[in-house]
Design a protein around this ligand. Structure first.
Ligand code: F6R
Length: 608
């Protein structure tokens, strides 16, 4: 995720800013930059890649000054290159802006500003902020920033400097964290306290809708109507390691808890609830091309392959287009039936998985249109596909994929809405699905609030040697995903199976030592799944049931029950995945294992 650092005081700003950026490296980023006021104007240095690259640019061409802002970018709009790296400028080059978040209406704002003669140099949404502030500037930077933000829709944490109103930094927050660090005769700004902890432990957290002005010896917080806000100064007593993980013991747990926000980010600006439709700017498919798709092939690996299986059910169920799901590693060596009317959907968190990339190239070579569902902007798959839907889930650092999975399913839902509404699905049905999707973040929060129940369950089962996960319909892929999560981080052997298929073999494994996790929400196949639970109980198995409603038969059969909120059948995979991620996490943590970096695994598998 992007990071922001700001400094104003008696020190030379650049080393302080770069030191701060280094403290944010753990969050993941692809480029970085600083803007410092040198007494005459604003000077900017940027570099793609590691902070070390920026340090070397600054080393070759130093910038001296005592007020500055800096940024690490994790691309969301436009490739990770120097031009798109922050800080961004207005036309005069006197205003510099760094921004975390997404400006949803940047397209309309950009067109409006271009109409007034502003020239844009980057592909970012952020650059509109610099030009809006330029247009509103009348000698006072905070007033210009406040005026501009009235026009902006979306999320932001921003820091702004201007050589026309120097020795101050103006900051504002809506949806992206930002805090002030208070020093003696110097003040700091950061998106994350890790960046400034070396200098101060006294911080003021900005709330949504607040702006701040910091100078070397003062700070002021107010709202968009210029009404002053009284703020509490907090003392930080965490150490750096705890801060990087946001107070969580591991990145994986932090990423599990981020999911209400990450899926909101995947939907943001795309879900048109009233029309039961989705706006997907990057798919590069005309209305005719969408209507003329004969078949869809979805290819991926691992967790992404599990979301592909859910995509198959969604697209066939709602858009009535035949879908095949292929392991990328197999697809590349098969002789698949692909025509120019085939849409090949390629799913990858990293966008760099060698097998998935090769499968996409093969599909392209055979004439298919390719559509990438990718998290990492500017990754190879994202660059080479014909169109794409970025997940906007932010960097995933834990090796076991969690938040990318739920965002992939949300992206597949958005794609399905688009395909289905271009065909026969009614607006009313689309609206029903979109409305239910809007509830997902709050429903995930409800589940996360009860993480303690899963932790207790993990205590009961942490010494098991085998696990079975069973589900049907939309929840069969969730069973596979639950089993994969457990085996990769806890090293417990686990298998996922379609619940009814169990009696054709795996039922032989069942005894009192085999915990069986049933994903059994109240969906179209609930009664069938309860019959499968009965089969397991009859053989002495221990049953953990994930369900969505009190139901006496299941309650009597299950040894443990965990409730997830009710939703539409097709949305249960998103809710059911969360307790399974937590179960895997807590079991692995209780076994004392390296949860974030399990043995033998890499975050991005770039070899065949
Ligand atoms: C499982 C996991 C892997 C990846 C797989 C594909 O938790 O992380 O199974 O899902 O290696 O990676 P991407 O999605 O980056 O192509």
């Amino acid at each position: 995720m992007c990071g922001i650092v700001g400094y104003v005081g008696p020190r030379v700003a650049t080393p302080v800013l770069i030191e701060g950026l280094k403290r944010l490296e753990y969050r993941g980023y692809d480029s970085a930059g600083v803007a410092v006021m040198n007494g005459n104007g604003v000077e900017t240095r940027k570099a793609v890649g590691k902070i070390a690259a920026l340090e070397s640019v600054v080393g070759d061409d130093p910038v001296e000054g005592m007020t500055g802002i800096a940024h690490t970018r994790w691309a969301t709009h436009g490739a990770p290159n120097e031009c798109n790296a922050h800080p961004h400028h207005d036309c005069t080059g006197t205003i510099a802006v760094v921004h975390n978040g997404i400006i949803e209406n940047y397209g309309a704002l950009r067109t409006m500003l271009q109409g007034h003669g502003h020239t844009f140099v980057s592909e970012t949404d952020t650059e509109v902020l610099a030009h809006l502030i330029e247009a509103a500037f009348d000698g006072n930077l905070e007033e210009a920033v406040a005026d501009s933000l009235h026009l902006v829709e979306g999320t932001y944490g921003i820091a702004v400097v201007s050589s026309q109103d120097p020795v101050k930094i103006v900051a504002a927050r809506k949806g992206s964290p930002l805090l002030l660090g208070l020093g003696e005769g110097e003040n700091f700004l950061a998106s994350d306290v890790a960046a400034i902890l070396k200098y101060t432990r006294d911080v003021v957290y900005l709330d949504d809708g607040e702006l701040a002005v910091i100078t070397a010896d003062s700070y002021r917080v107010f709202d968009l109507q210029a009404v002053q806000r009284e703020k509490k100064v907090s003392k930080i007593d965490w150490d750096l390691d705890m801060i990087e993980k946001g107070g969580f013991a591991h990145f994986m747990l932090k990423e599990i808890f981020e999911q209400p926000t990450t899926i909101e980010n995947t939907m943001r600006g795309r879900l048109v609830t009233e029309e039961g439709f989705s706006k997907l700017g990057g798919i590069n498919l005309s209305r005719e091309e969408l209507q003329n798709i004969d078949n869809v092939v979805i290819t991926a690996c691992g967790t992404s392959w599990h979301s592909a299986l859910i995509g198959e059910l969604l697209i066939e169920d709602l858009a009535r287009i035949p879908v095949e799901v292929e392991y990328a590693s197999e697809f590349r060596y098969r002789n698949p039936i692909i025509t120019q009317r085939t849409l090949c959907v390629v799913i990858s968190q990293s966008g760099e998985t060698a097998d998935t990339l090769a499968a996409m190239r093969e599909a392209k070579r055979r004439g298919a249109k390719t559509l990438g569902l990718v998290n990492v902007v500017g990754s190879t798959i994202a660059r080479e596909d014909d169109g794409g839907i970025y997940l906007h889930a932010g960097p995933e650092i834990g090796v076991a994929s969690t938040k990318a999975f739920t965002s992939q399913v949300v992206a597949l839902l958005l794609l399905t809405l688009k395909l289905a509404r271009r065909r026969d699905m009614s607006a009313a049905r689309g609206r029903e699905i979109a409305q239910a999707m809007e509830h997902l973040p709050a429903q995930i929060r409800e589940i996360l609030d009860r993480a303690g129940e899963i932790e207790e369950l993990a205590e009961q089962f942490k010494d098991a040697s085998n696990f079975l996960y069973l589900g049907r319909g939309y929840n069969f892929p969730v069973a596979l995903e639950g089993a994969l999560k457990l085996k990769e981080i806890s090293y417990i052997h686990a298998e996922g199976y379609p619940a009814a298929e169990m009696k054709h073999g795996p039922i032989a494994l069942i005894d009192a030592n085999m915990p069986v996790v049933f994903i059994a929400p109240h969906d179209a196949v609930f009664d069938k799944v309860v019959s499968n639970v009965q089969e397991v109980k009859a053989r002495g198995g221990r049953v953990i049931a994930l369900t969505s409603r009190e139901e006496p038969t299941l309650k009597k059969l299950a040894d443990y029950e965990f409730r997830i909120p009710e939703t539409l059948d097709m949305l249960y995979p998103i809710l059911a995945a969360i307790p399974l991620q937590l179960l895997a996490y807590y079991i692995a943590a209780k076994r004392g294992l390296n949860v974030d970096q399990p043995r033998n695994l890499a975050k991005s598998v770039t070899v065949e």
